[in-house]
Design a protein around this ligand. Structure first.
Ligand code: PLP
Length: 449
C-alpha cells in the first residue's frame, strides 16, 4: 500500500477548503493557493506560476526551500531515532542545545526547547515570574509575540483584541520608533532618551517590586521592522539591573542570522537574561523553538522543579535540523552573507527605489530584515492605510501585493509596509530581480498619494 498517496493540486485545494480550519482567517472568505514545488528562494503554485519568495514564508525560511542537506539530515535522524520523550538525553537535542548556547551571548548556557515561538515566550514569562517572585510583565504595544494565551496577552497590536480578556498582569508601553515617535522627538537620539524615560516611568508607576520582566522584540518584526536606536537596549538592560527585572529578548524573528548576527542583540553587545527563538533556528523544516536561559535563572531551578513541559519539546527530528542548519550556517558563512546582502544590495536598492516613489515614506532594516513604509503624503507621513485597516481601507496595500504577485514576487505585506525578508541564501541577483518587481509595483501605491 502506498502510505503517502500523491494528490493533484486541485484535490489538495478542495480538501483544504472542506476540512482545514485556517489561522487568522474567515474560513469562507479565503482561497489558499497550493505550493506544488519549491527550491531555494522560489516556489511554484498550483497555476504553474513561479514566485520569488520575498517573505521567506512566515519569515522563517532562512536557508530557503528544500535545502538538500537539511532534508537529508532530517531523513537520517528519522532513521536513527524518530522520537524520544523530553526526559531522556537525546543525541540531536544535546547537540542542538550545546550549539545554540555556544552562539548565545554571555552566560546564556542552557536551552529549554519548545515547539515554536509563542510557547517559548509563555515559558520565558513563567521562568521570570518564578525567578523574581513577581507577577507583572511589560511588553511593547508595537509587538507580536505569538498566538497562545500569554503570548497573545503580551502582543500589543490589534491581533490581541480577539483573545481578550485573558492572562492578567501584562502592561504595555511604547518602544522607540523615530519615524512615528510617540514622544514627539526629533531624531533617533532623542527618541532613545524619551523611550527609556517612558519605560522607566512605566516601571515606577507599576511598582518595580511587582515587575517580573520586560519583554521586547530586539528588532520589532511584523509590526514594522523597527530597529532600536543605539543605546536603547543598553538602557533597558540598565533599568532591568537596577530593579532586578528579567530582560527577555524575543528573537523568534530576528535571531539566527536574520538580522545579520546570530542574535540581533549582538549588534549592541547586550546580554538579556532570556532569549526566545524559533523560526530561523532550522528554517521551520520541523517545528522548533526555545528559551535560552541565563546561569542565574537556571540556578533558580537547580534544586526546585521547573513547573512546565511539552510532549514534543526538543523533538529529535527538529533538533537534528537545527544542528544541520547551524553547521551549514558556519560552513557557508550565512551570517556574513546576510550582512552583506543587507548592506550592499537590499539597503541601497530600497533607498534608490524610495527616490522614485512619493509613496515611500521610510526605508529601514538590518541584515535581511527590511521594510518600506508607504504613505499618502511624505510631508504629513499620513500612512497609506490606517494601522488597523481592514476591508476597503486596506485595499491599496492589497493592490501593491497583487501587482507584485502578478510579476512573480511573493511579498510580505503588513499594515502600511512591504517587508523585504527573503531567505538569507538568496543570491544578490535574485534580490535585485525581486527589488525591480517591487519598484514597478510601487507605482500602484503612488497613485494613492
Ligand atoms: N515572536 C515573534 C517576534 C514572532 O514574529 C512570532 C511569529 O511570527 C512569534 C513570536 C510566534 O512564533 P510562533 O508562530 O512560532 O508561535
Amino acid at each position: 500500500m502506498e502510505l503517502l498517496p500523491r494528490l493533484d493540486p486541485d484535490e489538495v485545494r478542495r480538501l483544504d477548503r472542506a476540512h482545514v480550519f485556517h489561522s487568522w482567517s474567515a474560513q469562507d472568505l479565503i482561497d489558499p493557493p497550493a505550493i506544488v514545488s519549491a527550491r531555494g528562494s522560489r516556489f511554484t503554485d498550483h497555476t504553474g506560476r513561479e514566485y520569488l519568495d520575498f517573505a521567506s514564508q512566515l519569515v522563517n525560511l532562512n536557508l530557503g526551500h528544500q535545502h538538500p542537506e537539511l532534508v537529508e539530515a532530517i531523513a537520517e535522524a528519522a532513521s536513527r531515532m524518530t522520537t524520544m520523550a523530553p526526559g531522556f538525553a537525546a543525541e540531536t537535542r544535546s547537540q542542538a542545545a550545546a550549539m545554540t548556547a555556544d552562539k548565545a551571548p554571555g552566560d546564556l548556557d542552557s536551552v529549554f526547547f519548545t515547539n515554536g515561538g509563542a510557547d517559548a515566550n509563555e515559558h520565558a514569562i513563567r521562568m521570570a515570574r518564578i525567578h523574581t517572585g513577581r507577577h507583572k510583565v511589560l511588553a511593547a504595544y508595537r509587538s507580536y509575540h505569538g498566538g497562545t494565551a500569554a503570548a497573545m496577552a503580551l502582543t500589543g497590536e490589534p491581533r490581541r483584541w480577539g483573545s481578550e480578556p485573558s492572562f492578567t498582569g501584562v502592561v504595555h508601553y511604547w518602544g522607540p520608533y523615530a519615524y512615528r515617535s510617540s514622544f514627539h522627538s526629533d531624531g533617533e537620539e532623542q527618541e532613545c532618551e524619551r523611550a527609556l524615560a517612558h519605560l522607566r516611568q512605566t516601571v515606577e508607576v507599576e511598582g518595580p517590586g511587582q515587575v517580573a520582566a520586560i519583554v521586547l522584540e530586539t528588532i520589532v518584526g511584523t509590526n514594522g521592522v523597527l530597529v532600536p536606536p543605539d543605546g536603547y537596549l543598553a538602557g533597558v538592560r540598565e533599568l532591568c539591573d537596577e530593579y532586578g527585572i528579567v530582560m527577555i529578548a524575543d528573537e523568534v524573528m530576528a535571531g539566527f542570522g536574520r538580522a545579520g548576527e546570530w542574535f540581533a542583540v549582538d549588534h549592541w553587545d547586550v546580554t538579556p537574561d532570556l532569549i526566545t527563538f524559533a523560526k530561523g533556528v532550522n528554517s521551520g523544516y520541523v517545528p522548533l523553538g526555545g528559551v535560552i536561559v541565563s546561569g542565574a535563572i537556571r540556578e533558580t531551578f537547580g534544586q526546585r522543579s521547573y513547573p512546565g513541559g511539552l510532549t514534543y519539546q526538543g523533538h529529535p527530528l527538529a533538533c537534528a535540523s537545527a544542528v544541520a542548519s547551524m553547521r551549514i550556517f558556519e560552513r557557508d558563512d550565512i551570517i556574513g552573507r546576510a550582512r552583506s546582502l543587507g548592506e550592499d544590495v537590499i539597503g541601497p536598492g530600497l533607498r534608490e527605489i524610495a527616490q522614485r516613489h512619493p509613496s515611500v515614506g521610510d526605508v529601514r532594516g538590518l541584515g535581511v530584515m527590511w521594510a518600506v513604509e508607504l504613505v499618502r503624503d511624505r510631508e504629513t507621513r499620513e500612512p497609506l492605510v490606517p494601522f488597523n485597516a481592514t476591508g476597503s481601507d486596506a485595499a491599496p496595500m492589497g493592490e501593491v501585493a497583487a501587482a507584485c504577485k502578478k510579476s512573480g514576487l511573493w511579498p510580505m505585506v503588513s499594515g502600511n509596509r512591504v517587508h523585504v525578508v527573503p531567505p538569507l541564501t538568496t543570491s544578490p541577483d535574485e534580490v535585485r530581480e525581486g527589488l525591480a518587481i517591487l519598484d514597478e509595483a510601487l507605482s500602484v501605491a503612488d497613485a494613492h498619494t
